[in-house]
Design a protein around this ligand. Structure first.
Ligand SMILES: Cc1cc2nc3c(=O)[nH]c(=O)nc-3n(C[C@H](O)[C@H](O)[C@H](O)COP(=O)(O)OP(=O)(O)OC[C@H]3O[C@@H](n4cnc5c(N)ncnc54)[C@H](O)[C@@H]3O)c2cc1C
Length: 389
């Protein structure tokens, strides 16, 4: 059998998972090359554990070069061009020809989409932002705390709410909760809308129980240097501490390759993750996976962007490429199942689990809060690094 080259773009959750599965199943039948502009794999689901001080930044990173122990080649370079018609990638100074391509380049922050946001807000979705927020929590003397969700889609739809619960717990511990007014201003109608009204109402109830104001359907227009938020309906809100989820976009290189839809994401077959090119797959945050089910007519739903799905999709793509190359193994289809832990502060977490491909709409349930769910989340991170590196 001639060796096939499989090129994986992105060494995040989806990229690392797919490269590992491919190499361990193919051995010498497959050359697996992974390309990332960052030298490290950074495990974002543990960002909030850095915020609580349970993990340090170094604990949640691994050098991607370490994948060479498994026979996976790593190229530390920016992907500059994807040429699907020629099966060619340009990365740094290198040109890589592939038999199969997997695009797992994730979503990137686009703070510039809202005037004034980059200067006024702390970005909850970057490690730098998490460290800044940790410092601010320790020195904050009280005032208006706003968590802003400016646009959808964004990855990990639970994270802003987890941050709200953690801020509440941190200020209570410091004895200044009475002096800190916490609110969530979001463009969403309900928390985690793809998970449905039951989960949304449950989270709203938890927010109310902790005196965290929930302001839905608020479209941000701009933020002034003095941290005054101006919304589309004319409402304004001053923030002493402003924490934002960044607006998201796909890396420019995938748009330039002609892989994206009008919303800017890569549409894929929901079951196989295949793009419009036969030998090109995309998975994780960079994709648009349209769900067949919906809660309201004419309100289409998309699969949330989350590591749990990037991981599950990676298993499917790897199994099908292996079957293609070797003629062995069973072809598989992604089934839309996923679960996540919801940090609730004070060492507890909730656990939400769902079938997002269910009809007539996604079926998602939530358990907890319980200490054991937080423990499972920590154990998952350990398992992830052990399995992947
Ligand atoms: C605070 C926070 C908490 C989260 N918690 C959870 C959770 O509890 N559970 C959960 O399931 N998910 C969680 N997530 C979401 C999860 O991290 C993402 O959904 C997941 O990482 C997506 O995986 P991916 O492989 O698609 O992209 P990523 O993991 O983002 O990887 C993309 C990679 O592509 C690289 N890249 C991008 N452009 C280029 C380029 N041009 N050239 C070279 N390399 C490039 C990047 O450097 C990156 O390494 C959380 C996210 C955040 C921010």
């Amino acid at each position: 059998m001639t060796e096939k080259t499989i090129c994986v773009l992105g060494g995040g959750i989806g990229g690392v998972a797919v490269a590992n599965r491919l190499k361990s199943a193919l051995g010498d039948a497959g050359r697996v090359v992974i390309i990332d502009k960052s030298p490290d794999h950074v495990f974002a689901p543990s960002f909030l554990s850095v915020l609580t001080g349970d993990r340090r930044p170094a604990d949640i990173k691994r050098p991607l070069a370490g994948l060479s122990r498994k026979g996976i080649e790593f190229i530390n370079a920016e992907v500059k061009a994807i040429k699907p018609e020629e099966s060619l990638i340009l990365a740094g100074d290198e040109q890589i020809r592939y038999d199969y391509l997997i695009v797992a380049l994730g979503a990137r922050a686009n703070l510039a989409a809202v005037e004034g946001l980059a200067d006024a807000a702390i970005n909850l979705y970057s490690l730098d932002g998490i460290l800044k927020l940790k410092e601010r929590i320790e020195t904050f003397g009280g005032g208006e705390v706003v968590i802003l969700i400016p646009s959808m889609p964004y990855k990990c739809p639970a994270a802003p709410y987890e941050a709200a619960f953690m801020l509440d717990a941190a200020f209570r511990r410091r004895g200044l909760r009475e002096k800190a007014n916490i609110s969530v201003y979001t463009v969403e109608p309900l928390p985690m809308p793809t998970a449905g009204p039951q989960v949304g109402q449950a989270i709203k109830g938890m927010l109310a129980g902790r005196k965290i104001d929930f302001k839905p359907q608020m479209t941000i227009k701009s933020v002034s240097a003095g941290k005054e938020l101006v919304f589309a309906d004319g409402t304004t809100k001053r923030a002493d501490l402003l924490v934002t989820i960044p607006p998201h976009k796909a890396p420019d290189v995938v748009k330039a390759a002609g892989l994206t839809n009008e919303a800017g994401w890569i549409p894929v077959d929901p079951k196989t993750l295949k793009t419009k090119f036969d030998n090109v797959f995309a998975l994780g945050d960079v994709t648009a996976v349209k769900l067949a089910g919906q809660y309201k007519p004419d309100k289409p739903l998309m699969l949330p962007k989350a590591g749990v799905f990037a991981h599950a999709e990676a298993e499917i793509v790897a199994a099908n490429i292996v079957a293609d190359i070797t003629g062995r193994g069973t072809r598989r289809e992604f089934d839309g199942h996923g679960s996540c832990f919801l940090e609730l502060g004070d060492g507890t977490a909730g656990y939400s689990k769902g079938d997002f491909f269910a009809l007539p709409h996604p079926e998602v349930s939530m358990k907890g809060p319980a200490r054991r769910f937080r423990l499972y989340k920590i154990l998952f991170e350990k398992w992830w690094f052990w399995r992947s590196f």
